[in-house]
Each structure stands twice: as C-alpha cells, then as structure tokens.
Design a protein around this ligand. Structure first.
Ligand code: G
Ligand code: G
Ligand code: MN
Ligand code: NA
Length: 259
C-alpha cells in the first residue's frame, strides 16, 4: 500500500498537522478545552483524515512516534493558549490514544516528559481512549492509565455507547470522563426526539454522575440539541453547532471572545 510506505517519511517531512475542535460547557457556553485531531497533508492526495491513515499507522507501528508527536504538539499549543489567555480559565486539551499506544511501554514516561517540557499541568490534559480498546482490559493494560490518572491526567472513554462494555465495569476503569458517542446525539435530531433515546441518555448521565464521571457529548449540530442535552445533565459538548475542527488560531479567537 502506497500510503503505508509513505507514512514514516511523512512524519519526518512534517506533513502532519493538527486541527482543534472546541469543547464547550453546556451550562454557560464557555470554552472548556479542545480536542486535537490529526490530519495528513499528502503531497499527491491532499488532506487526509485520520480514518484514512490511523489504521495504517496502527498496523505498522508508526502510531507510536506519530502519537508522541501529536501529544507533544497539542500540549505545547495548549500551554501557549493558557499563557495568552490568563483570564479565561485553564484551557484543557484532549488527545486521542490508539490501542497500540496503550500497549506501548513508553506511554507514561513519554507523557510525563511532554508535560514537563511544556510546563502544562497534568490536570489540563485529557487522554481519550475508546471504549472498545478497554473492553476486557486486564490490570497490566490499565496500570499505565492508572498511573497517569494518579498524576492528575484525565482519562476519557471515547465513543461511549458504541461498544459492549458492562456499565458496572466502569467502576474499575481509571476514567473520569465519558464521551457519549455521536449516534446518541443523532438520535435526538428528530422532532420530537425519540423518548427512548432521551431516557437512555438520561440514564447514562445519572449513572456517570453517581460514579463521579463527567459527561461530554459529541456531534452536537443544533442549538435545540444543546439545550436538550443540557437539560439531561450533560456537562460539556462538542460539535459543528459550536465549531468544526480548525486551525489553532480559530480556537484562540473563539475562547478569547468568551473571556
Ligand atoms: O478528525 P475526525 O473528526 O475525522 O476524527 C476521526 C477519528 O480519528 C476520531 O475517531 C478520532 O478519535 C480519531 N483521531 C483523530 N486524531 C487522532 C490521533 O491523533 N490519534 C488517534 N489515535 N486517533 C485520532
Ligand atoms: O474522536 P472522534 O472519533 O469522536 O472524532 C470526532 C469525529 O467527529 C471527527 O471526525 C469530527 O470531524 C467529527 N465531528 C465532530 N463534530 C461533529 C458534528 O457535530 N457532527 C458530525 N456529523 N461529525 C462531527
Ligand atoms: Mn476522540
Ligand atoms: Na469520539
């Protein structure tokens, strides 16, 4: 596969870049932080999304250096925002971790190193792990996440609701945030929203809060959805209604507007 063989050189040539999508407090609409989303500016194919190359990077192992680069770059960016934005509260940064990164023995040391070199406090970093990556996870796999959580790094369960995880299982995972999958938000798109969908979201939020987990909803596309999700008790939201993923300057402008 042509893309596969081009991956390592692409990292060296600096062909990857990061877009940021804001996370917003549903209560007052202020910016809570941003999720880092990697893209590849391919010399022949143009801009490629993560779906087009993350699986390849996972398969070849390039995900480890690529993931380290994404972490370093987005943490550096978050620290920069914080310095420019002292009156707006601590801006947080969410970074996705793939299963291979979770299994990589250098994860904790690399993360500590990136945080120390940037000066970003661990509590401003949230690492997103998919629900499917943690299904059936044993203690060996959870240990690095536990260590990071003890340092103050938030761990979010991404795409929550798409896997088959036992809700009771949540108690033994070192996670502090549930990211409700976009499919739930899409189910609320209809007017009136499906009452069963609403009950499910309400139930998840109640359970999450009783376990002291925060709830972020993805894929919010309308103000009506945002209002409904706020009423259901969700804490933060992300989606096109607020902003599409974009260059760092765009997020800077957005968060400054709230300050
Ligand atoms: O960018 P987009 O909104 O199309 O994201 C598609 C998927 O790619 C999302 O599921 C997201 O979690 C994943 N993704 C984006 N950036 C990264 C990254 O840096 N590392 C990993 N492992 N996944 C990412
Ligand atoms: O990490 P995750 O797989 O959830 O990545 C988020 C993905 O969802 C990215 O592909 C991003 O571009 C996309 N996305 C973000 N906000 C919205 C939205 O409001 N609606 C839809 N349909 N997709 C969104
Ligand atoms: Mn994510
Ligand atoms: Na997601």
């Amino acid at each position: 596969h042509g893309l596969t063989t081009a991956l390592p050189a692409a990292l060296e040539r600096g062909e990857f870049f990061i877009e940021y999508q804001p996370l917003v407090h549903l209560g007052d609409g202020t910016v809570h932080g941003a999720e880092a989303l990697v893209r590849w500016c391919h010399p022949q194919h143009g801009v490629l999304g993560p779906d087009q190359f993350i699986p390849l990077a996972e398969h070849t192992g390039l995900i480890v250096p690529l993931g380290r680069w994404v972490l370093q770059e987005s943490v550096r960016q978050a620290r920069y925002w914080q310095e420019r934005h002292s009156d707006g509260g601590p801006l947080r940064i969410n970074v996705n971790l793939s299963p291979t990164q979770l299994h990589h023995p250098g994860l904790v040391a690399d993360t500590v190193d990136v945080l120390e070199r940037s000066g970003l406090e661990p509590g401003a970093l949230c690492l997103e792990v998919t629900e499917s990556a943690l299904i059936g996870a044993n203690e060996d796999l959870l240990k690095p996440l536990r260590q990071l959580a003890e340092m103050g790094v938030d761990i979010a369960l991404d795409d929550f609701g798409t896997g088959y995880s036992n809700l009771a299982n949540l108690r033994r995972l070192p996670v502090s945030v549930l990211k409700l999958d976009r499919s739930f938000t899409q189910g609320m798109q209809r007017h009136p929203a499906d009452p069963v969908d609403l009950k499910i979201v309400e139930g998840i939020v109640t359970l999450a809060h009783s376990l002291e987990l925060a709830v972020t909803v993805e894929g919010v596309e309308t103000g009506a959805q945002a209002e409904q999700l706020r009423e259901l008790g969700c804490d933060t939201a992300q989606g096109w209604y607020y902003a599409r993923p974009g260059p760092p300057d765009k997020l800077h402008a957005l968060s400054m507007a709230d300050a």
